[in-house]
Design a binder for this molecule. Structure first.
Ligand SMILES: [Zn+2]
Length: 162
């Protein structure tokens, strides 16, 4: 028995495709489990079948309103790695309603419209940073609610900012 075989024990069998791939997009979104299903279905609907998922508390907030420079640099580095390792040409930035990192919907006095306007600005600030850092990639912004996904960067189906 090898050393590895002695220290590791297979506890689950699952066949994965080992072939190298090009990522359809790098996707930055919050780890909030409540939006996971919507995000996964939305990506599939958009034919983003092989995303490099960057899942962290707050999603796009880590770029728009980071708690510290480390956080922002770390996330930019993740995007850089997706571009470098998986030839990513598209970056999707996401945030969502009632996100605890913003203090939830309560931080907006329970006003979903106000929350949406705030996130529109957050997402676009994050997008500006990504575009400035990686001029060759396409950047898209999305706001996820408990009723669906809104485009938030002035493209079709956008949420209006005031
Ligand atoms: Zn969240």
């Amino acid at each position: 028995m090898t050393q590895t075989a002695r220290t590791m024990q297979k506890v689950f069998h699952f066949d994965s495709d080992p072939a190298a791939y090009t990522a359809d997009a790098a996707v930055l979104c919050c780890f909030d489990e409540r939006i996971r299903g919507a995000v996964q279905k939305f990506l599939r609907r958009r034919a983003i079948l092989r995303p490099d998922m960057v899942i962290v508390a707050g999603g796009a907030k880590t770029l728009a309103s980071p708690r510290n420079h480390f956080e922002q640099d770390f996330i930019l580095e993740q995007i850089r790695m997706s571009i470098k390792l998986h030839a990513t040409k598209r970056v999707l930035l996401m945030s969502h309603s009632d996100c605890a990192t913003y203090g939830g919907l309560a931080a907006f006095g329970g006003d979903a419209e106000r929350e949406m306007r705030h996130h529109y600005n957050e997402l676009n600030r994050a997008a500006a940073l990504v575009k400035a850092s990686f001029p060759s990639v396409e950047v898209e912004c999305y706001f996820v609610t408990f009723a669906g996904v809104f485009r938030a960067d002035g493209e079709q189906g956008s949420v209006a900012a005031d």
